[in-house]
Design a protein around this ligand. Sequence first.
Ligand code: GDP
Length: 202
Amino acid sequence: MKILSAEFIKSCPDPEQFPRDRLAEIAFAGRSNVGKSSLINSLLGRKGLAKVSGTPGKTRIVNFFRITTGDSWRRTFYAVDLPGYGYAKVSKSVRAQWGPMIEGYLTGRADLRGILLLLDVRRREQHDRTAFEWLRGIGPQAIVVATKVDKLARGQRRGALEAIRRELGLDETVPLLAYSAVTHEGRTELWGAIRALLDGAG
Ligand code: GDP
C-alpha cells in the first residue's frame, strides 16, 4: 500500500476534543504492550509516528493519525489509537477507566468503519476474550490481529491462530490475521482487510 501521508493529528484525553471533520475512522485496540504502536508504525511505514513502549497507564488518551493512501486506491481516513487496556484485571479496568472511554468513543463515532483488536500471538489471556466479547456487543466490525508472530517458529503459527479462533469463539465472518512489526509480515493482508472496511465490504 502506498502511503502518501501519515500525520499525527492530536492526543485527546477528552471526547470533546475528538476531530469533527467526519473522515472515516479505523480504530486500534489491545492490551498495553501488545505491540499496537509498533504495528501502527509498521503498517504506515513511519518509524516513530506512534510512540513505542510509552508508559502504560495512560488509559484515557485517544490518538488520531490522518492517513492518505495513494496509487489506485486513494483514501483519507483516521487511524485511531485507543488506550491500551492495562495490566490490571480487565473486568476492573474495563469498567473503571478504559470501558467508559472506549464505549463513549465506539458508540459516538458515526464514521467508525471498524476496529482492529490486537492480541499477542503467544500470550492469550482471558482479558482478550472478555474485551473482544464486550467490543462485539457494542457493534463495530472487528478484525482480530495476532501480533509478534515473528516470535513463533513458522511451523507453530497455524496452530496458534487456530487456537485463538477457537478460544475467542470467532466465526468465519471475523478476519484473523497474523502480524509482525519486526518483519512486516502480514502487512499486505492487513491493508486488504482495512481496505475492505473502508470500502464498506468488510
Ligand atoms: P503497545 O504498548 O501496545 O503500543 O506496544 P509497543 O508497540 O510499545 O510494543 C511493546 C513491546 O513489544 C516493545 O518492546 C516492542 O519492541 C515489542 N514489539 C512490538 N511489536 C513486535 C513484533 O511484531 N515483534 C517483536 N518481536 N516484538 C514486538
